[in-house]
Each structure stands twice: as C-alpha cells, then as structure tokens.
Design a protein around this ligand. Sequence first.
Ligand SMILES: C[S@@+](CC[C@H](N)C(=O)[O-])C[C@H]1O[C@@H](n2cnc3c(N)ncnc32)[C@H](O)[C@@H]1O
Ligand code: SF4
Length: 352
Amino acid sequence: MLLYLHIPFCDSKCFYCSFCSYTDKNILKQAYSEAILKQFEQEIKRFDIGEKSISSFFVGGGTPSTFSPLLLSPFIKKITPYLAQNAEITTEANPNSATFDWLFGMKELGFNRVSFGVQSFDDKKLKFLGRAHNAKQAFEAIENARKVGFENISIDLIYNTKLDNKKLLLKDITTAAALPINHLSAYSLTIEKNTKFYKKPNVQKESLYLAKYAIKALLENGFCQYEISNFSRGYECFHNKRYWQQDDYIGIGCGAVGFYKNRRFYPSCDLEKYIKDPLLKEIENLSEKDLLLEKTFLSLRSNIGLELMNIPLHVMEKIDILSREKKGFIENGRFFNSNFFLADEIALFLNS
Ligand SMILES: C[S@@+](CC[C@H](N)C(=O)[O-])C[C@H]1O[C@@H](n2cnc3c(N)ncnc32)[C@H](O)[C@@H]1O
Ligand code: SF4
C-alpha cells in the first residue's frame, strides 16, 4: 500500500502548471493540517490499512516546502504505526522555500528522500517558466539537503521549452550530474489548460530530436533510464515503481486521487470544500478492460514490463508480432518495450 499526501500551497504559480495549488490561501494551512488528519483516520477503515503496511509515503504538491514541519508533525505521528520498517519517505521541495531549517525539520520527522523541482540551472529559462527561484538557490538547497543528512536526492528538469537547444540541455545535464543526486526526472513540457502558457503561442518546442539528445546526454553522464521521464543513478524511486504496478494508494488531501480494489477516488480541488468535508469524493469503478489498458501503458513506459500471466490470447498474438518485429522482447514471463517513446502507441495497438 502506498500513501500520497498533497500540499496544495505554492508561493507563486508557474506558467506551465495546472496542478491543484493556491498562492493566496496560506491562512488555511492550520485548518488543512487538521483536515488531513481527519481524512486519514477515516481512510484507515476504507482502505483497511494494517499496521506497518504502508511501504512508501510521498508528499507532493503544490509545494510541500511552504508547509512547516510543525504543521505536518501531527499527521506524521498519526501515520507512523502504519509505516513499514524502511519505508521510502519522500518529500517534494522547491529550492526557494527548502531552507536549511525546513530540510532539517523534515529529516527529523523521518523523511529519507527529497525531490527538488529545479527545472533548469539556466536563470533565463527559470524566469521564462515563471519559477520563483534561481540556479544559485537550487545549488544551495541541494547542498543543505546533504548537510542535514539526506542521501537520496532527486531533481526535476523540464525540457522542450522554446528556449531549449542542445547546448542548454547539455549544460543542465552536466550540471546536474556534478551534484550529489542519485535520481533525476526529466519532463517534456506539456501545455495544460488554465495555465499562462495555454494562452501563449510557441512556448513549447516539441522535438523528439531534443528529447533523444537529452536522454543520450543523461546516459553518458551516468544515469539509467527506468521510465520515459525517470532516471536513476543508483536509486530507482520505489513509490513510482509501485504506482506503475497498480498498487493500491491512499490519496490524502485536496485533489489527491486514491485507488483501491479497482475503484478510484477523486476528491475536489476546492480547498474550502475539502477542509469542510475531507471525505467527499467522486468514485469511479474501473472495469477489467480499463485496468488492462492502464496496466499496459504504465508497464510499457517503464522497465517494469507487462506481466504475461492472464493476458488474453488476442493480446498475446499481438505481442508475438511485436517481438518478431523487434519492437520489444519477452523475458521471465514479461514483455518489455525497447523504446519508451513508443509505449503509448504499442499500448493502444495491444488494446485495439
Ligand atoms: C507538480 S510539480 C510539484 C513540485 C514542486 N512544486 C515544484 O514545482 O518544484 C512536480 C513536477 O512536475 C513537473 N511539471 C509540472 N507541470 C508540468 C508541465 N506542464 N510540463 C512538464 N512538466 C511539468 C515539474 O518538473 C515539477 O517539478
Ligand atoms: S510547478 Fe510546483 S511550484 Fe510551480 S505552481 Fe506547480 S506545484 Fe507550484
């Protein structure tokens, strides 16, 4: 069982971001810290959570580093009996708000992994993306994370923006490689509704050539690709991998989706509504067909591969065709995709 907690507060809204977050509702942080407790208490029953059964806890956002360890502490106390020994406990953080004290406080609470939204080390690109930090702050935050004792540090980068070219990407990647990080996520910029970029033409440079160049540069700099956007340098994120394997996950907080026994729970992203009734959710029942489609997408985008046990015969016949055409291969009862960029196409072919 996985646990995700959403912190819907940010210092400012980045131009590309459509995630559930608010920049003008800081006054509700205390009430939010009480609402998440209330929701978790109820979810213990709904998800039938046993002691030590949560193998990974991930705090994302929004911006968790805008939420003080003091406000988070009651929630941590509440979930501690349910956390497995050696559970992976990750927090996302933004370089401008992840101060030494905040990182220290999170380490004290038991966090053993931190993922920084760096996006780039180029100040012009950071400004273009509407980020609230500069490259110097990113270096300082990573250094402070090391100082307080974090060994598992990850960063996020964004590429395929209008400003990207081979030189800029190579600089971002070699700069990242020189830092004490053991994981990196590189996302191709997507243009989402209700963002500043949505109304601005030509902010994105959708280039497979640049994407392939970035991946080559990452591999040459010691990273291994284990999913379309995720790279490890000695550490693959446990939470990600279990999520792609369709493990059950408890979603706590405003806008945090949950999944249990073929049902998905969608809470509202309205902060006031959430605080008033943290259990209010829309429920979607997923059919076997929905689940297989999702499983195919998730497993072919990553090195998890598609488990072939219980795969219908007509899908198996297509897998044989793909194997013959060298678009993938079968090993230990799983089908692996040779090119993550073709994952969606292959998944659609298998499910057509
Ligand atoms: C939702 S954010 C939360 C982390 C943190 N608030 C931050 O911004 O650093 C997680 C990551 O998703 C990525 N992301 C969000 N929106 C994106 C978009 N439209 N295109 C590409 N990547 C995006 C960014 O790399 C970001 O670091
Ligand atoms: S990218 Fe991160 S900091 Fe920026 S608005 Fe989205 S959640 Fe907030």
